[in-house]
Design a protein around this ligand. Structure first.
Ligand code: ADP
Length: 468
């Protein structure tokens, strides 16, 4: 690609060079033509010495020349200025032969600020000199004798050809150098951008480009780096969700395997053992039922969770006084706490605070928090449920001073299947889905649920819900 752009630049410059040379030649021709047209309009060409000449100089039309800013001098055979009118560049009244010859030579030389037209009248034996000031003169002329061949012609033509060739070569070299220099400014950043894109294509999502330019390439660099960052983020998210999915499948199979193995084992015993006592049979049946219940719970919860994750999931909100709602909840909690020999305390404001909630789903959240507190903590645990109002939301705190959860699980505990201790949960029948479901429900209410905890420091679930 590098080469192609460089070649393109070179062709463009060569093309430009040819075009400008052609324009130069054309302009030269045009100048010649314009010169012809212009010279016809110049006063000096209207009033030439030849056209004004009379045998008796007294009849020469001096007035028109003087009116047009010129002058007329008559030099007689003794090189005396016999007559002068208007512009006069001959400062003496009488000239020597040398001075007059010098004047004649000077009158024809290039770069003189006057134009002279000189003619000799043989009859009257005088020179007529017509002088006009030059306006602007460009003297470019190629003189060539067509009638006689000069011995110098070969040398001069050779020199001219060599000069033109040298000039063209110089131009060609500078064209190549210039095209190289300008193409570097384009190809270098392009190469870096291509390298970055190639690395990205090959799966290196950390690929970034550093051009340090403030032009359009700098803009492209910024967009490229932004895009690469976005891709890197998306890929990481996709990897994470793939990991989560794999973990979920593993967790589900693991959690279903134990109750099902137990059901199959005990059912097989019941089927194969003939001399089984009624008491043992009952025990086996209870185990089968318990494990069936556990597997069923898991499947129901899983179904609920995946339903909540689907886009169609909606909640059915009702506007309620959250203080009154919590008082009703606490009413049912008390019996459970009493049975578990827990100590409890409630702090509810007397005023009304309205929120919009799905009553059935919210019951489920508090039921889960209640179940967990009772399930995982020893008797004598103190539970405090409090509610207070903030500017835009209500905060409900569900706190116990029980065994707590390790600090590092504070956030993870809301992920499906995360449990503190597998053995502890297999006894309690926990699925590890309760808090994940609770978080989904609170999220659907535009609220938040967070946990403050550590081992032996109890758990403090903080729920916020928008006021309405
Ligand atoms: P489950 O209770 O079905 O296992 P949850 O998602 O409701 O699932 O809870 C996840 C884990 O958090 C529980 O297994 C338990 O280890 C821990 N946990 C939840 N609440 C408490 C609590 N109040 N005190 C101690 N541990 C708790």
């Amino acid at each position: 690609m590098n080469r192609k752009i460089e070649n393109k630049f070179l062709t463009n410059y060569i093309l430009m060079f040819i075009i400008s040379t052609m324009i130069g030649v054309f302009a030269f021709m045009l100048l010649g033509f314009a010169n012809d047209v212009l010279s016809k309009t110049l006063v000096k060409n209207h009033y030439t010495a030849k056209s004004l000449m009379r045998d008796d100089y007294k009849y020469i039309d001096v007035t028109s020349v003087v009116e047009h800013g010129g002058g007329i001098q008559i030099i007689n055979a003794d090189y005396e200025v016999e007559f002068s009118e208007g512009l006069n560049t001959i400062t003496k009244d009488k000239l020597t032969v040398e001075e007059f010859t010098e004047f004649l030579i000077m009158s024809k030389s290039v770069g003189v600020p006057y134009s002279y037209s000189i003619a000799y009248n043989a009859k009257g034996q005088f020179w007529l000199i017509v002088t006009f000031p030059t306006s602007i003169r460009i003297d470019i002329d190629i003189a060539h004798n067509k009638d006689f061949v000069s011995v110098d012609t070969e040398n001069v033509v050779g020199f001219l050809v060599a000069f033109i060739l040298f000039y063209l070569m110089l131009l060609a070299i500078s064209t190549v150098i210039y095209s190289k220099l300008t193409s570097i400014g384009v190809t270098n950043p392009l190469e870096k951008l291509c390298e970055g894109a190639r690395r990205l294509k090959e799966g290196d999502y950390s690929s970034r480009v550093n051009l340090n330019l403030k032009n359009e390439f700098g803009e492209l660099e910024y967009i490229f780096n932004k895009m690469a960052g976005q891709i890197e983020k998306e890929i990481a998210l996709r990897k994470q969700s793939e990991e989560n999915r794999k973990q979920l499948v593993l967790d589900i199979s693991h959690d279903l395997k134990n109750p099902l193995a137990s059901i199959m084992g005990y059912a097989e015993l019941c089927l194969n053992k003939t001399n089984i006592s009624e008491e043992t049979y009952d025990t086996y049946m209870k185990v089968i039922y318990g494990n069936g219940l556990r597997a069923n719970n898991l499947i129901i919860n899983l179904f609920e969770l995946s339903r909540m994750e689907s886009l169609e999931y909606t909640i059915d909100k009702t506007r309620v006084d959250i203080c009154e709602y919590m008082r009703e909840q606490i009413g049912t909690f008390i019996a459970v706490f009493d049975k578990a020999l827990f100590i409890y305390d409630f702090e509810m404001p007397e005023n009304e605070i309205f929120v919009k909630i799905d009553l059935k789903q919210m019951d489920r959240v508090f039921q889960n928090l209640l179940d967990n507190t009772v399930k995982y903590n020893p008797k004598g645990t103190k539970v405090t449920i409090s509610l207070f109002e903030q500017q835009k939301e209500v905060v409900i705190i569900f706190k116990d001073d029980g065994i707590g959860i390790p600090l590092e699980l504070t956030k993870k505990i809301f992920n499906p299947f995360v449990r503190v201790d597998g053995a502890r949960n297999s006894q309690t029948g926990g699925t590890g889905l309760g808090l994940a479901i609770a978080q989904k429900i609170i999220g659907a209410h535009n609220g938040t649920i967070n946990l403050k905890t550590d081992v032996n420091c109890g758990c403090e679930f903080i729920i916020t819900l928008p006021k309405n």
